[in-house]
Every structure is written in C-alpha cells, then in structure tokens.
Design a protein around this ligand. Structure first.
Ligand code: ZN
Length: 174
C-alpha cells in the first residue's frame, strides 16, 4: 500500500503521514505486537493507534512543522533527541485519550491499562535494541526508553490535558 510518505507495510510499522494526514497500520503489525513483542490485547492496539493520532494532533498544532524546521540545522544526535521528545509527547497524548476513554466513554475493561503499559514497555528503544542487537546505544534512540514511554503515557493519563504534555524541547501548546 502506498502513502504520501512512501510505502506502508508491516515491515515499516505503523506511522502517521503528515502529508496526507492519515495513519497507516498494516494489520499484521498487531499480530507481531502480540507474538513477537509479547504485548497482546485490544488496548495494546488502542495504545498504538492513539499514539499515531497523537502525531496528528502534533501536526494540527504545528509541533511537527517546528521539528521539521529545527531538523535542518541539527546534528543527527540532536535530531534523535528531538524525535524522542516528539514521540514521548505522542505517548502522552495517547494517555490523555485513555483517560477520556476511561472516565467519559467508559469503554475500558479491567486489564486494559496494563495492556497499554505493557505495550509501551515492549516497544521502548532500549528494550528493542537489547532484544535485537544485544546492547543499547542511547544516542541512537528515536522513541525513548521503555521507562520513559510508560512514564509519559501515565503523565497524559493522570493529567488528562494536552497542555500537560508540554516539554522543554517542543513549543508549548494548549
Ligand atoms: Zn510515533
């Protein structure tokens, strides 16, 4: 399948394409999430989707454009650092959604939050690097550690406000 951001496949993983404002998820990824990353459950999937929608929010608020502009002048290491900030903020937005889902829409079942937190742990940069290459290279992180991803999801969930996901590396919104 083609997107305005290139080919969308299970190998690429889920992503948000700012050019056409769509989220692309090959459904095989959810099978991988369950089998390979040991993160089963419908709310693990909901976390992945809401993280990508978090990028859409960042696009609408101008945060993505800000990052694109900054990236022109930054070294690879600094670009990675900014990428981590962007990704953790998207995790935080996913948490904001989870709070709404819990208190307003009442769609959460017991065990759901654990599924999301387990998924956030499973796809942390340090955990993935350890699993696939046996060692960790923090300068190459683009999404944050497992502990950071869990912490930012929780931060959004506790606060429930987009403005509580502000961080020093990115423009304040909300
Ligand atoms: Zn992301």
């Amino acid at each position: 399948m083609d997107s305005a951001c290139g080919e969308a496949s299970a190998a690429v993983g889920p992503f948000y394409c700012p050019a056409d404002q769509k989220v692309y998820i090959d459904l095989d990824f959810f099978y991988e999430l369950q089998q390979e990353y040991q993160a089963p459950g419908d709310f693990a999937q909901a976390y992945v989707i809401s993280h990508e929608i978090g990028h859409h929010v960042q696009n609408l608020l101008g945060t993505m454009e800000y990052v694109d502009r900054q990236n022109r002048y930054l070294s690879r290491e600094d670009q990675n650092e900014l990428s981590v900030a962007l990704e953790l903020q998207a995790d935080c937005y996913a948490g904001v959604w989870a709070k709404q889902a819990m208190y307003d829409d009442l769609i959460l079942e017991s065990g759901d939050l654990e599924e999301a937190l387990n998924a956030a742990t499973a796809i942390g940069d340090d955990t993935l690097q350890m699993q696939y290459q046996g060692y960790v290279v923090p300068d190459s992180f683009t999404h944050g550690t497992s502990a950071q991803r869990v912490a930012w999801f929780r931060k959004g969930m506790d606060a429930g406000l987009v403005s509580d996901c502000n961080c020093p590396e990115l423009p304040n919104v909300g």
